[in-house]
Each structure stands twice: as structure tokens, then as C-alpha cells.
Design a protein around this ligand. Sequence first.
Ligand SMILES: Cc1ncc(COP(=O)(O)O)c(C=O)c1O
Length: 293
Amino acid sequence: MEQSVKPASSLPLNPHIAALPPYNAGMNIAMARALSGRQDIARLASNENPDGCSPAVMAALASSSFEPWRYADPACTALRAALGERLAIDPGLIVAGNGSEEMIAAISRAVLVPGASVVTTVPSFGLHEIEPLAMGADVVKIAMTPDMGFDLAALETAIAAEPRIVFISSPWNPVGPGLDHSSLQRLIGAVQPGTLLVLDEAYFEFADPGAPDGIEVLRDSGIDHVVLRTFSKAYGLAGLRVGYAVCSDLELARVISAAKTPFNVNAAAQIAAIAALADEGWMKASAGRVRAE
Ligand SMILES: Cc1ncc(COP(=O)(O)O)c(C=O)c1O
């Protein structure tokens, strides 16, 4: 007998969450194959790496250092140390996340209160809007220019109004262009104390040669900032879920860390990310092939 399912809840739900627009995760490849009757389908919408991942990742996951029965290190100590060495920054400034998307949520939880204002672009990565909305923030969205570039003047004006957070991705998903040095400096110049600039560099490894490195540029900027990076794209670990936030100070990193779930990055993901980071050659070759295509 079929169970009768209640369509609505009589519970008073959090109105900010209840009103959220859905995140569009796109269609998975199994469904696309079933619907189209074709096997030769490339799933472009999620920007997965067509090369897969480094064989060193598969070897690390098959090694005895992977112990699925144990809780993973909640602080991702080894991964953060490896990242700190690679990026020449204090690991205390790094927070690792269950994908960089978790860091977008944690930053929003750490910084926003209902009624706070957030600036982002449109189109943009959906969570730059959804996570602030979940915190009850008001989101101002700056449209791209007709030639599909950043509207720097409009962004400067919006940032001058002193929002609590500015979310910008560079290279820009889904439009493509990245901020060049002078554009990034213009945005940095517009940021006032009390505003956090979040530069989402999920596609950093695919940027044009000579493009600014947000971690390096922002480190010297003096403004409150977070740079987001991920293992999902160039390193091909989208299914394992590892990303990270590089914060401008230790207190910000501590509070963002407090806003994440404790065992957020699972054991397989931590081992895989360390192995992927060590095989920089594979990542660079793959990113080069994707750029060439
Ligand atoms: C701009 C941008 N930021 C963040 C993410 C989230 O990536 P992940 O959570 O897999 O690290 C994506 C994923 O598509 C993205 O396009």
C-alpha cells in the first residue's frame, strides 16, 4: 500500500533556507545517456577534468596509508602543511573544505548576519548567491558588460557601499575571462575596512599565462580577503571533494574553520589531495591540454 506523503510542513522552518533558489547541479551523465540513448557524451556543465586524475592519486588510495575505518584528521594537518609549503604561506592561514563550495558556506556563516549586504556578479557560480541568502543577507548582483567582461565601474560603486562580502570568481565561471593585474588592483582599491573580498580561483590553473596569482597579490594588499582554490578541476578530484580557503589573517581562518563541520574532508580526499599536489607535472600537462582544446 502506498504511504500518504504530507506535501507541506507545519513546522516553522528557517525562512531564509526555505526560500532558497535550488542549486542547479546539471544532469548526471547516466541520466543524459539514458535520455539520449547515446554513450558518447561529454559532460561539460560541471567543468570536470576530461583527463581524469593523476595515477599517483589512485596509487595513494590503494596504499595502506588509507584507513577508511578511522576518522580523518579534522584539521587536515598534512594537507595544509603541503599546501603551505607549495604556496609559501603559513598553514595556519589555510582552511580545507569539503570542496571549495563548503568554504563558501563557511565564510558566509562566519561573516554574515541577517540583513548584511553581499556583492557578486551575474552570471556567477550559484553558491556565491545561495550561501549568503541562506544567512539572510541581501545580495547585489552586478551584470557583466555586453562584451562579457567584468563591469569594473559598477563593481567599484557597489563595493564602495561597504558590503560585508564581495564574491568574485576569476577566471570567471561561467563567462570565462579573468581579472588582469590592473582590474584586480582596481577592485582591491575599492575595498574598505569591514568588507571581505573573496576571490574564487577555482580555475586558477587554467588562467592565461601572466594572469595575477590572487594569493600573492592579495597577501600584499592589506585588505581582508580569502582566496578559494580547489582540487576538483585541474587536479581532477571533483568526486572526492577537496578545496581550500587562504585567509588574510589567523583569526579569520579560525572563525571560518569553526563554521565548517568537524570531519569535513574525508580520509580518501585528504590522501588523494596530497598525492595530487605532489604530482604537479600531471596537473600542468592536463591543464595545458584543456587550455589548448
Ligand atoms: C567558480 C567556482 N567556485 C567553486 C566551485 C566549487 O568547486 P568545488 O566545491 O568542487 O571545489 C565551482 C564548481 O564548479 C566553481 O565553478
